[in-house]
Design a binder for this molecule. Structure first.
Ligand code: AMP
Length: 394
């Protein structure tokens, strides 16, 4: 069975075609600059990558081109082979606690939460409608970034602000990266043969969030009402004192939108190092002795370590710590730095085991109080598995 996992942005469309139950990725690709001119796409298949420039006036045209290419490149013999399409949808509000088969009625319900994720949800939904238009007989499934976090309790998800803000405005912690956190929990619990694990999962890529999970249920997570909160990220500040926004506005004459933009796009590793949001560039600058890059890396790792220690307390002692996403899977330097900063928990790194990239493996020493694993994430596979499950239960 072939399932397409889709992540639609306002001018982009990312796809992965996955074979189930083998879990093999058959093909993947990205359509870019849809509707804004100079559009192009790349498709990877059989170890080869094609890139083409073509006018894509909207997402439906991109989907039509994709379908044509899948057949022309002999990736599939006919469109009938695609049995389901799973869509990443960023925000399901408080209503969508698990993945769901998408209909026009469900899409309208999801649209109620567009205000909570104005940059993502409308684009995600536009992607779904494009597929519905081009492949009207195929089942579409929505998989929400927020859903896995819906098990949090009020004492974790409420902010200490006027209660009416929660009741009337929906102001609360929602959490994000839920599909990745859920995939990592599933992978580590299958690998260790336990479904009662207390896991601290650190999803650290360009964006980043840490989640405390107990027996498959999220207890707390670092991202909040939006993905700006929590740990320091590539370009996002993570937690700040909300009062600094008004102060910076008054001092600089910037609007609230400009300051919020600075917090989202000019902060984090980029803001402190002044070099880059990419940890590879920051590491290079560190090797050249760049003081601000050294400071940025120290702050980045310390904030992650602080949350790990806090979540270890919240869970009453974690069984395992997992690291995933671009930085967690690839940067042995950052992993080592984080683990050294949680030495007080008795966690110890094994430098030999840590000397690898992108593999599922244990990187802590045998006498570490809590084992640490690197677990490569695969949100697309999680989306495909949810899609298959809902199709099978239809
Ligand atoms: P993601 O958002 O999960 O795709 O992660 C992207 C980030 O992973 C990039 O911005 C880099 O900072 C980081 N990254 C990827 N490869 C490496 C590497 N080899 N060493 C250090 N960081 C890496």
């Amino acid at each position: 069975m072939k399932i397409l996992a889709v992540n639609a942005g306002s001018s982009s469309l990312k796809f992965t075609l996955i074979e189930l139950p083998s879990k093999n990725t058959i093909a993947s690709g990205l359509f870019e600059k849809i509707g804004i001119g100079n559009s192009m796409y790349t498709i990877k298949f059989n170890g080869e990558k094609i890139t083409k420039e073509v006018d894509l006036k909207d997402h439906a045209v991109a989907v039509e081109v994709l379908m044509q290419e899948l057949v022309d490149m002999h990736i599939i013999a006919s469109l009938d082979e695609i049995e389901g399409i799973g869509h990443r949808i960023v925000h399901g509000g408080q209503e969508f606690k698990e993945s769901i088969i998408l209909t026009e009625d469900v899409l309208r319900r999801i649209e109620k939460y567009n205000e909570l994720a104005p940059l993502h949800n409308p684009a995600n939904i536009m992607g779904v409608r494009a597929f519905m238009q081009v492949l009207p007989h195929v089942t579409n499934v929505g998989v929400f970034d927020t859903a896995f976090h819906s098990t949090m309790e009020p004492k974790e998800y409420l902010y200490a602000v006027p209660y009416e803000w929660y009741q009337e405005l929906g102001v609360r912690k929602y959490g994000f990266h839920g599909t990745s956190h859920r995939y990592i929990y599933k992978t580590i619990s299958e690998a260790l043969g336990r479904d009662d694990l207390k896991v601290i999962n650190c999803h650290i890529g360009n964006g980043g969030s840490i989640t405390a999970i107990d027996s498959g249920k999220v207890v707390d997570t670092t991202m909040g009402f939006t993905p700006l909160a929590g740990i320091m990220m590539g370009t996002r500040s993570g937690d700040i004192d909300a009062s600094l926004i008004e102060y910076v506005m008054k001092k600089t004459g910037k609007s609230i939108t400009e300051v919020t933009n600075d917090l989202n796009k000019k902060s984090g590793l980029l803001g402190i190092s002044g070099v880059s949001s990419d940890s590879r560039d920051v590491e290079e600058a560190i090797n050249e002795g760049n003081e601000r890059a050294i400071l940025a890396q120290e702050m980045y790792c310390q904030k992650i370590a602080n949350y790990i220690a806090m979540y270890n307390n919240l869970l009453g002692g974690a069984d395992v710590i997992t690291l995933t996403a671009g930085v967690g899977e690839n940067s042995k330097t950052t992993r080592k730095n984080i683990i050294e900063k949680i030495a007080s928990l008795g966690v110890k790194i094994d430098d030999v085991k840590n000397d690898m990239r992108g593999e599922f493996s244990c990187i802590s020493s045998d006498d570490s109080a809590i084992p640490v694993y690197v677990v490569p994430t695969n949100e697309e596979l999680m989306i495909a598995l949810d899609t298959l499950e809902l199709i099978n239960n239809k």
